[in-house]
Design a protein around this ligand. Sequence first.
Ligand code: ADP
Ligand code: MG
Length: 364
Amino acid sequence: MPATSPIHLVVLFGGRSAEHDISRVSAFNVLRSVDRDRYDVTPIGIERDGTWRRCSDNTANADATAIEIDGDAVNPFDVLKSPGTVVFPVLHGPNGEDGTMQGLLEVVGVPYVGSGVLGSAVSMDKAMAKTVLGAHQIAQPHWRSIQRYQVDQPDFDQMLDAIVDELGEELFVKPANMGSSIGVSKANGATELRSAIDMALNYDDIVIIEEAVTAREIEIAVLGNEELSLGSIGEVRPAADFYDYEDKYSDGVADVVIPAVLSPAIEAAVRETAVAAYRALRAEGLARVDLFVNEDHPEPSRRVMVNEINTLPGFTQISVYPQSWEHAGVSHSDLIDKLVDLALQRHQRMSAHHVDVISTRDDQ
Ligand SMILES: Nc1ncnc2c1ncn2[C@@H]1O[C@H](COP(=O)(O)OP(=O)(O)O)[C@@H](O)[C@H]1O
Ligand SMILES: [Mg+2]
């Protein structure tokens, strides 16, 4: 350990998001694992109304599983402006994982864990992410998106029929800008599709409609900025019809198998696809890339498809991202160290970019 003063690590959690509670569980796990000799830790909880509070640390409480948002209200700028600070936004979903918080942190000029504004925003919006993956010829389920204004147009029903014709009767419908399976549902045919769209529109103005694929769900942890490392590959076996909210956060509901049993060729394709998606979507620091794998798919190029990428994946006790590293021999505490180092590296690199104009003329 360097003899210099410890890094001031601000752990942000909660937030104005439907994934507020999950974030409190993720943060609990981070705060419990972080090396207190290396970091001077400040837990900052963000209430649903946006108030920032300096929270008491209840990680020593044996019965607790989530950080409580208590303590005095603080001015965000005062927290972020203190010297030697690195921020770990342990925030999921809108207002945390979508580039908005990253924008604030960029403006303040504080190093932070994870992807920048663009990578966060593009990855959070499933329609944008799919557009970018498509442009990079990365395989994914066939999809369409619709916007709220289209629902009231006279040809909307015809449009739904056309989507069913194109993508098939069995469909997945999701809000573009969410996570944790919130607002996600399965629809069979045009009538169910319509109510599934109405449900998803409660969460966002843009809705994704996808062909339902028959495939295993494979997740892989990626770490790095320029040079990337991959954790052990995980497979989730949903207990329900699909991997829903309950499955994701109630222990013992879904099965998580690490390492996933895959043929060498498929495993190589999973790794290659995950790296391609991470780079295409401009992820940095960390991300979990979720894929659909069907080794028997008649089209070889569709045996491994990307479902989505999460730039601030869950860090709960049963979340795949930290488990995947643990299996690969990286403890939670080492993982946090690596993430903070990557945040500092990225900050240094970005700070080195010229902000003045370099003259290309020879004006002597
Ligand atoms: N096209 C699809 N085919 C089959 N299952 C799907 C499809 N899209 C989503 N699912 C199921 O729904 C779950 C949640 O969808 P996902 O797109 O990952 O949303 P979220 O961002 O909320 O996690 C997936 O983990 C999977 O079980
Ligand atoms: Mg998902």
